[in-house]
Design a protein around this ligand. Sequence first.
Ligand code: FAD
Length: 320
Amino acid sequence: MSVLVLVEHTEGDIKKKSFEAVQYAAEIAKADGSGVAALVLGALSEDAISALGEYGAQKVLQVSDARLNDLHARAYTTAILTAAQKEGSKVIIMMHDVNGRAVAPRVAVKLNAGLVSGALSLPDKAKGFTIKKAVFSGKAFAYVNVTSDVKVITLMPNTFQLSKADGKATIEQLQVSFGPKDFGVTVKEVNKVKGEVLLAEAELVVSGGRGLKGPENWGLIEDLAKELGAATACSRPVADAHWRPHHEHVGQTGGTIRPNLYIAVGISGAIQHLAGVNGSKTIVVINKDPEAPFFKAGNYGVVGDALEILPRLTAAVKKF
Ligand code: FAD
C-alpha cells in the first residue's frame, strides 16, 4: 500500500512544488508505515525522475505518453485511478494549483473519497485524519476531519520547507487504458512566459499597485525584482488597466501565492488582494499613506513615496 502523489514537470524538470508534495506524502507514509509512489505523466528523463527519491519516493510510476505533458483532466484522472488501484492507495496527493484543482475532484468522485483542497498541515492522526486549511479567502482556518476510506488532498505550495535526504526510487512504466473521451481537448499552442521567475513558485515576490502611477514606472519594480531574483506581481486594477499582464495579478480573483518574502509597493491592502498573499511568510509594505490597511498585515513597513524608495532599496540590495 502506498501514498500516491501526482508529479508535475515542465521543460524537462520536475516542479519544486511536486517535491513538496512528495515530501508531504513521505511524512504521511512514515506515520502509516507505508511507502510513497510518485506518478509521472508524460515524457520525462530518468535523470529528472531520479530526484524524486531524494524527497521520499520509493517508487515512481511513469506513463510515458507524450500527450500527458499537457493537462488533460480526464486522462490524468484515468491514470491516477489506474495507479491508485495498482498501489492500493488510500491517500492521494496533488498540488493545489490549476492541475490539482482540475483533477482532484474528479478522482475523489470516482473513488467516493473525501477531498481536502488547499491543505496547510499534515493530518493529525490523534484527531482522526484532521487537516488544517484556509477558508473565506484566508481570513479563517478550518480543521477538517476526513472519515472516508480513501482520501484525496491538494497541498498548498510553499507550505513546507524542502529538505533532501539520501534515497533512491525505482522507476516502473505503468500501462493505462485511456478511454475515447480522455483526450477531448487538443492543445494547439502554448505561450510560455520566458526569462522570468515563475510567480507561483517564487520564494521572493515584488508586487506593485496603483501607487506606482503608471506602467512607465514599472522598471523600478523590475529592477528590484532582478536584484533579488524575485518574481513580479501586481494588484488587480493594475492588470485591469493593462499596466501588467493578467497572469501577474494576485488576490481573490487572481493567483494565490505563499512566498517567503512579499514586498507590496503602492498597494492599499484591500481584503481581496490580501486573500492571495496573506500566506506569505514575511510581508514588507511600502506605502505613502501610514493608514493604508496593508500595514496591519505586514511584518515590516516603510512609509514614503515608492518612486523615491524603490531606487534606493535596489541600490542597497546591489551592494550585497
Ligand atoms: P488603490 O486602492 O488605489 O491603492 C493604491 C495605494 O497606493 C494606496 O494605498 C496609496 O496610499 C498608495 N500610494 C499612492 N501613491 C503612492 C506612492 N507614490 N508611493 C507609495 N504608495 C503610494 N484586488 C486585487 O489586488 N486582487 C484581486 O484578486 C481582487 N479581486 C477583487 C474581487 C472583487 C469581487 C472585488 C470587488 C474587488 C477585487 N479587487 C482585487 C480590488 C480590490 O478591492 C482593490 O480595489 C484593489 O486591490 C486596489 O488595488 P491597489 O491597492 O493597487 O490600488
